[in-house]
Structure formats: C-alpha cells, structure tokens
Design a protein around this ligand. Sequence first.
Ligand SMILES: *Cc1c(COP(=O)(O)O)cnc(C)c1O
Length: 798
Amino acid sequence: MFSDKDEFKEAFLKKLEMTCGKSFNESTVKDQFYTLGLLIREYVSTEWINTNEHYRIDKVKQVYYFSIEFLLGRLLRHNLLNLGIEDIVESGLNDLGIDLTDLEVVESDAGLGNGGLGRLAACFLDSLASLNLPGHGCGIRYKHGLFEQKIVDGYQVELPDQWLRNGHVWEVRKADLAIEIPFWGEVEVREEKGRKLFRHINAERVTAVPYDMPIAGYKTDTINTLRLWSAEPSRYPINQDVLKYKKETEAISEFLYPDDTQDEGKILRLKQQYFLVSASIKSIIQTYKRQHRGLSEFHKYISIHINDTHPVLAIPELMRVLMDEEGLGWDTAWRITTETISYTNHTTLSEALEKWPVRIFQPLLPRIFMIVNEINERFCQKLWDRYPGEWEKIESLAIIAHDQVKMAHLAIVGSHSVNGVAALHTDILKYREMNQFYKIYPEKFNNKTNGITHRNWLLKSNPHLSNLITESIGDKWIKNPNHLEELLTYSNDSSFLDSLASIKLANKKKLVKRIEAQTGEKIDEHSIFDIQVKRLHAYKRQLLNIFHVMYLYNRLKEDSHFHMHPRTFIFGAKASPGYYFAKKVIKLINAVAQKVNNDPYTKDKLKVTFLENYRVSLAEDVFPAADVSEQISTASKEASGTGNMKFMMNGAITVGTLDGANVEIHEKVGEENIFIFGLSAEEVLNYYHHGGYHSMEYYHHDKRIQQVMDQLKNGFFPEVMDEFEPIFDSLVMENDQYFVLRDFASYVNIQERTGAAYENSMKWRQMSLVNIAKSGYFSSDRTIDEYAKEIWRIHPTR
Ligand SMILES: *Cc1c(COP(=O)(O)O)cnc(C)c1O
C-alpha cells in the first residue's frame, strides 16, 4: 500500500481522482475525508482477510459480543493511531496543504447507543483487537442513532440523527451473506420416527444484510470485525400490501430505542432484538459449519456474550437452531447453549429490567415462545423440587409469570456466567436483587469491573498529556496501562507538576474556544472546571449539582465575606424523549445559567454552562479539560459508571458518592485523593426497606434547602411560571426517592473542601497525578483480559 509519506501522497491523490472524479484542486474537505477513509480501509484489507483465515484454519475459539448499542464516535484518528500510520498520513496531508483535524471533524459520530452501555461495547472492541483476542461485535445498523439535541429557550429539542447522510466510509456491505428472519405465522408440529418436528409456516420474512467494519488493534496484526445488520424487504413478500410491508421492514433498523409506550413500539423493539440475535447466530453457525463437523462441540469454539438483556433471545434462538435445524435433542442443545452464552447485568433499577407481555411475544415469535415456555417449565420444576409448596417464591423467580416474559430471569437460567460491572454492583446482585438466583446458581455469578480504552480516552483525546507521559516513562503504557503507575516517581518533581498544570490549562482553553464558538459565552479558564456529563436521569442527581449552584449564588448575594474560588459548572446531558422529569431538570439548569451568568454581582465567581448534544466526539474535548468530576448518583443506583474513569485518567479529582466504580477509584487513589460524601449504598437500601426518611424534615430544618426549594416556585426565575413545581413536589411532597435533600448538606460540605483544596495548587497537582497514575486498572484491557480468561476462555493469537 504505502510505507512512507511520498507513497501515501501518491496513493491519496490517485484515489481521490478515481473515487470523486475530480482533480485535487476541485476537491472538498468531504471528498478528502472520504478518500482517506477508503484508503485506510484498503490498507487494512489484507490483514483483515489474514486474521479471518487464521481463525478459520487454526480453529481458534472466538467470542461474539452481542449488543443493541455500539457508541463508536469518530473513527478516523482512532484507525490511524491503531494502524501506526498517523505520522505518515498527517505529514503527507500537510505537504498537500491539508490539516488532518479539518478532515476529522467532517466525520459524523456513529452514535448507535445511548450512553455507558454502548460506549463500553466500543471500548471492548478496541481492547479485544489490541490484545490480539479473537472477538467480534454484532449489532444493528440503525439508520438514525441517538437523536441530535438542540437547546431552544432552555428546552431540549430532538432532531433525528443523520449520521449516514454522507455514507459511512468504514463499512463493507455484504449482500451475499444476507439472512432471512421470520416473524408472525404459526408453528406446524409433525411426528416422524418418534420425534417431534417443528416448522414455522406463514411467516413474514425480513432480510438482514450485514455491514462489516474492520476493528484494528493498536499496532498489532489483528483485525476483528464489527458486523451491523440492516433490515431490508425480502425478495418474495407474501404480504399483499407491499408498501406497508416495506415500511414495517425497514423500521426494524430505522431507530435506536423506538418509543415503546404503545404496543406498536413494543412490537418493534422485540422485533429488533430477535432480528439482531437470529441474524447473528445463523451467520455464526454458517461459518462454523464450514470448519467443523457437527455441532456437539460448538461451545468449545464459540462464546456468545450478551450485553444486558436486549440480546437474550440468543438463548432460545440457539436452542431452536440446534434442535429444529440441526436435529439435536433438548438436553444436548441446552448444554451447548448454556455453555456458549454469558450475560452481563447492567442495572438493578426495576423500571429498567426488561419484560415483554406474552400477548405480544407469542404471536410475533411463535416458535421462540414455545421454547421459552419449555425452558420456564423445566426451571419451575427444578424450583418445585427445591422449594416444594412455596408458590410465591416460585412465581417470583419464574421466567414467565403474570403474562410477562422476564428477560433477566431467562438470561440467568440460560447462561453459564452472570456478571455485574463493579464490585459493589455485583454484591448488590448477589446478596440483594438477585439473591434467590445466587442461592440456586452461586457458581454463575462473578464481577467484571468496567473499563475504558485508555487509547481513546487518553492517547487520542489528550495528546499533550500523552506526550508528557511518554517523555517521562516511555511508551510502554500504551500497550500496558499498568505502567502509568511509574508516574508516581514524579510526585515531588515540580517541573513535571508544572507541565501537568499547563497541559490542563491548554485543554481548558481549547474547550473554552469550543463553547465560545457555539454559544458566545465567555469562560474564565482559571476558574475550576467542575463537570457533570452523562445521561440525564433522576438517580444521577444532576439536581443535587444545580441546587448546590443555587445555594452558592444565594450565599454570594447574601454574605459579602463569603469566599470561593471562581467555578464554572459545566453540564452535558441528553434526556430520553419521553422522560418528562429529566427535561424539567434540563430547563432548570438553563434557567439557573441564565440567572447566574447575567448577574454582575456573581458572574466573576459563578458560571453555569450547558453543553448541547453531548456525545463521544464532544466528550473527547471535555474530559481532558476537567478539574472536578461529578459522580454523585444515589449510592447503590449507578452500576459502575465509566465517565468517572475517563475523568480520573485525565487528572480530574472525583467528587462522588460511594457508588459503582467510585468505590474502587476510592480504593486505588486513597482517601486523600478523592472527595467522598453522602449516604452509603447500605444506608440507602436500608431506608428503602425499613423507611425512616422524611424529606419534608430536611426542607423545614435546613434553611439553605428551604430557600432553594422555594425559589423553584416563588418567581425567582422570572419567565418561568409553574414550570418547576413538579421538581419541588417530587422532592418535598413525594419524599425525594433519590435522597437529594438528604445528601445536600454533606455535598455542600465536601464541595467547600474541594474548592479550598484547589487553592493549594501544588497539592492539587499531586492529587491529579495520583489519579492519572492509578487509572491503569480502569483500562478496558484489564477488564477484557478478565472476561477472556474467566468467562470466555479465549486466548491471544499469534
Ligand atoms: C462514557 C460515556 C457515557 C457514560 O457516562 P457515565 O458517566 O458513566 O454515565 C455516556 N455518554 C458518552 C458519550 C460517553 O462517552
């Protein structure tokens, strides 16, 4: 292909003419981006083929990571870095008068996910390939990813995400590998030689077309595959109304998380889930059968991991293929299926545990329903033997009960491994939420604390800090992030600490520029950048943060002796389109910003900014600029969090509750390098079980709280009338489910200490250094190594 700058330039110019039909001088930035993308894809193609050949010929055990979300972001620089051709390409482009960063921003984010769960899947793909592990992703190629957020008058407005408008240069459509997926219809049962045979008839068929993307590891020869399925009409629609059929078919891969308040939306989501797993399993089996005879050892060569319960139909679907298509008996098929499948639980929030009404499930997936029913009956028999006569217990553990199919129960029963995503979360699963299942299957439960790829969240997104690290301890940390710990030898090196501080300042300036360009707001880069970026949810408690800002404002106005280091509170968050309360909180944050930023008396001390359209490419500019990381969820509610790890790795200090992976961050950095406050998970769970919390008392007894609460409805915000009453009501009248008022005093207190600590700049830099140095544990390389050894039993190749 090309091995130096000049060869690159020649190849680039030739490719540009061929693909765009233009001369270089006529070409646009988009043409140049597209050309470069194509060139890179060709560059990897040989190794991509070689990797697959090697897996096939050497019968390597492979893992397939099934996920309804992959939150990839932009891939141009990621690919250049991993292929080790960033320098050649960047300087070659420079010779042609092109700035690589100008091409980078042309790329649309692949935003095929909501938040942490989808980003985890993306980080895992990078770690799998970088560790030379045979592991691939399987997902859906949504035409529209997560919506684009605009803020208009302080309100969230949602626009459809158009990420495919200019094509997607990294994918290869493989129409010849398309797979047919049946929905609806009936199951015909016949007896033949004493065996029951099942046939799905009168089904409506949908074609699943795979689009493959190469996933290159960091400076390795391994190129794995991310396969995303797109739904298209089949060639032989049996349906009379062809237009309606086409529309319904294409809807399957149209949107991520369609609104499921009505049955129509529920059907669509269930269709998406079956579409993903059926297409993926059929294609895995096709490939498998080309290399192996029979399926009795399938689980020795294939692992299938389900990321949360969305892909849990992989269990009955694999059973169906093994029995109905391959002729295996129930017991053999069950052993293979459970040995193949492993499951990650991502939440204990009851509203997030998936359930599907039988009245929807059964007609849409008649054969799959029969199998789930059989799994349930056999499981209930087992429960009956164990707990004879305990009907209530059996009912609460059953997979199907009260006309509902409980997806988490199916996942636990039908897999060999169930993992939580942080130590605390796994304990809550084992000893509280899933305790009954843990008693039945103790050997299945295990913990795999989440991680993030340090190559994306440090090497790529914070180049100045990466260079400082490499100059100091060499570049071994890029392959093995545990080496970051060697940075601790610089704890008392003032010139190193000065560099750390000037890098932070430069990153803050870059973010300030970006904010200024977008909103016209001026921000003081010497203020503390106190940042909360994550999905908007009541349990994540953006409210606690903004109430603290309101309190500071009140304090500054009332007490002229009150001292605080100037702070900029930065928020970024999307609210789910149907989540009424979350949208109120966005409006509140913007109303506070309006008030505070325009008050001449406070504006030098306090600033509030809401970043529009939080997404991966914006996040990459946010983490490197942060001083304070807000991780303030109600203890026990945040399964892990991964934003917390990205902040830590970039030297921000956490203000947080002992929740999710904050607990482990606290352990690694030690008491003196983190600011912990609030109720513990134990205390929160005890309140839930035994009562004893009365938010009204906190409202009456803490004047600071009362003032802030009253400001929600007393005209403090001029243009808004009764807008914030639902917030007041939920906290004061409805007993504050997430303990915002309960933790308020503790939060104010820790924030005061945080501000004071910042003013000792030497000490702050040392804290920052410890956070960076200890962040290696939170690399997804460590997480993936644990999954590979303990769950999947796959090995590095070559
Ligand atoms: C990391 C990340 C998240 C997850 O953030 P949490 O703070 O763990 O909830 C969500 N969205 C984006 C774009 C991310 O990069």
